[in-house]
Design a protein around this ligand. Structure first.
Ligand SMILES: [Cu+2]
Length: 126
């Protein structure tokens, strides 16, 4: 009987380890699946439209590595200026666009250099 207990302990430990491994594997598979969705038909591209002095969507959430195209549909020139000065588009006339790739997770706040009340945000989430 003194031999039985250690064996029982070992099998319990092995089962716990197997469960932990299966869980870890499940998480890994889920992560790969999510990645596949992001990189599938539309390989990490998104668009922000500028219409009637408004960026749309005003808050855009993207995966790291996404290239965002800002397109000015207004009859008025606009631009895209990162709040911390990290990037700045030229002044975009009607139908002009500006592209920027967002690699670092975090929030990027921007505004229009010509109309500083126009504000938008890109949220980069891994
Ligand atoms: Cu503007």
């Amino acid at each position: 009987m003194s031999l039985g207990l250690p064996i029982l302990h070992r099998s319990r430990g092995a089962r716990a380890a197997a469960t932990a491994a299966a869980f870890a594997l499940g998480v890994a598979v889920a992560a790969v699946a999510a990645e596949a969705v992001t990189t599938g038909a539309n390989p990490k591209e998104a668009t922000v439209s500028i219409d009637n002095f408004t960026y749309a969507p005003v808050e855009l959430t993207v995966a790291p590595g996404t290239t965002v195209k800002f397109v000015n549909h207004d009859d008025i020139p606009h631009s895209v200026v990162e709040a911390g000065g990290k990037f700045k588009s030229k002044v975009m006339d009607t139908d002009d666009d500006f592209t920027m790739t967002f690699n670092t997770p975090g929030e990027v706040n921007y505004f229009c250099g010509l109309h500083p009340r126009m504000k938008g945000k890109v949220i980069v989430k891994g």
